[in-house]
Design a protein around this ligand. Structure first.
Ligand SMILES: Cc1ncc(COP(=O)(O)O)c(C=O)c1O
Length: 459
């Protein structure tokens, strides 16, 4: 079989009448290069082609409805097609679609920056925009490097991060976290950060249990910071949950200790809130659980309620001040993106922030969190499950190696899809990250399908 430019796939059906979904699938595999998708197995699968989504449901071209159990890559916090966001996008696209933000401004980005500064912790009040999460992490790294350069300390140019951290797929970001399954083919060109042991509670390398955990793993971060503080510009971590590494939820206390450690050793602290910010943990930002204010935080995904690509670095006044130029020295931040602060995305983000606040989304997270905690606590007893964890609207469990690990997890996800729930495993880890506005009955339905799919494949 040859798929390529201008090579139609229609002859492949050998005269049989193909339905619309089959034709779309054929066209898809002819031209669309999917992210994070193994080509061979994908081409053999009957993958859904989504054409409509509302609330917690995705709907495909065949009319099947799927509960979105992972908020479409962790971003549709307010569900799909939220009417306020749709309305804001519609109105803004008729007024102003784009306008350069270097050296000038526009009304929507001003409105949004004020809103973000209002909800951000402490003195985080300077908002630098990018489009995807990775671009905001790149910007945060560059800000931290130039911060020290501007202060005449160019030797502070290394980053410290957690092993198994994930901060995006650009080469700069991949050097920060490094997940071998994702980044091995480019390992030889990465500028690797100094890494500290992951606070990996499912597989604690210090053999601690949650009950007797004295956060022994923090010693490795302490060592990394103290030994390298002369050369380190910043520490960056995903607060309370290392998502892509397999939903490794860890105690907020780790963050309070980290903040103190960074302050004592003159190293900036960047919290990557791209996945967990905007309510996922039960607080607007995960840093609030630890009652700390980082020097910078990266936000994305839920910022526009997941509707449009927009991300940002929110920096403290102190960090921003280091970029003020006097007449002799140019301290300008020469870094930017064409779509920095795009007006349509900004309007969507303003509408989303209004919804988070007006509709008491955090109140709903509290209810969902209880349901997830109870259910995932119970799943721990199902034979074949190595462990489970839950915090806020994040919940995960791991299929033990003896029960097939990653391949069983894939089968469970397939079963769930057939029953009407979309989930996507991370290796042997299966997780539920529902939209934060999921209703009780919808959550109950997700959990029922999840449980049935576990039992069907593990018994
Ligand atoms: C914690 C974290 N940082 C950064 C990113 C990268 O964001 P994006 O995929 O929008 O580039 C992700 C994506 O999942 C993430 O979870």
């Amino acid at each position: 079989m040859f798929y390529g430019k201008n090579v139609g796939v229609v002859p492949e059906h050998h005269g049989a009448i193909m339905n619309r979904t089959d034709i779309l699938r054929r066209k898809d595999i002819n031209h669309f290069w999917h992210p994070y998708t193994d080509i061979n197995s994908f081409e053999r699968r009957e993958f859904p082609v989504i054409e409509h989504a509302e609330g917690v449901y995705l709907e495909d071209t065949a009319g099947n409805r799927l509960l979105d159990g992972i908020s479409s890559w962790w971003c549709m916090n307010l569900g799909h097609s939220h009417p306020d966001i749709v309305d804001a996008i519609r109105k803004q696209s008729g007024r102003l679609q784009n306008s350069i933000t270097a050296g000038m401004s526009h009304t929507e980005v001003i409105r949004l920056s004020e809103k973000i500064a209002d909800i951000a912790p402490g003195n985080l009040s300077r908002v630098y925009y990018a489009s995807d999460g990775a671009c905001s992490v790149e910007a945060a790294m560059r800000i931290s490097l130039q911060y020290w350069w501007n202060l005449d300390r160019p030797e502070k140019r290394r980053m410290i991060s957690l092993s198994g951290g994930y901060h995006g797929d650009t080469l700069g970001c991949a050097g920060l976290g490094y997940i071998s399954g994702f980044h091995k083919p480019v390992e030889h060109v990465l500028n690797r950060s100094i890494t500290a042991d992951s606070p990996h509670c499912f597989h604690c390398i210090y053999s601690c249990n949650p009950e007797d955990c004295g956060m022994e793993c923090f010693a490795s971060m302490e060592k990394a910071v103290i030994e390298n503080c002369g050369a380190a510009a910043a520490v960056i971590v995903e607060p309370v949950c290392q998502g892509a590494a397999g939903m490794r939820i860890y105690p907020p206390l780790y963050l309070s200790r980290l903040k103190k450690l960074c302050d004592e050793n003159e190293v900036l602290l960047i919290l990557d809130e791209i996945a967990v910010g905007f309510g996922r943990t039960g607080r607007m930002f995960a840093s609030e659980l630890a009652e700390i204010v980082p020097d910078m935080m990266c936000i994305g995904k839920g910022l526009t309620g997941g509707s449009l690509p927009m991300s940002a670095v929110v920096a403290s006044e102190e960090v921003y001040d280091a970029f003020r130029s006097d007449s002799q020295i140019d301290r300008t931040f020469y870094h930017g993106h064409t779509f920095c602060g795009n007006p349509i995305a900004a309007a969507a983000a303003c509408a989303a922030i209004d919804v988070y606040e007006r509709d008491n989304v955090l109140g709903n997270v509290e209810i969902l969190a209880k349901m997830l905690l109870e259910a995932f606590g119970k799943y721990r007893d199902i034979p074949g499950i190595h462990g489970s964890t839950a915090l806020g609207c994040m919940s995960a469990l791991e299929i033990s190696e003896e029960s097939g690990g990653a391949s069983t997890a894939l089968e469970i996800a397939d079963t769930a899809r057939r029953k009407g729930l979309f989930i996507r495993p991370l290796g042997p880890v299966l997780y539920l990250w529902p939209p934060l506005v999921t209703a009780n009955n919808e959550m109950a339905k997700m959990l029922q399908i999840f449980e049935d799919s576990l039992i069907e494949n593990l018994s």
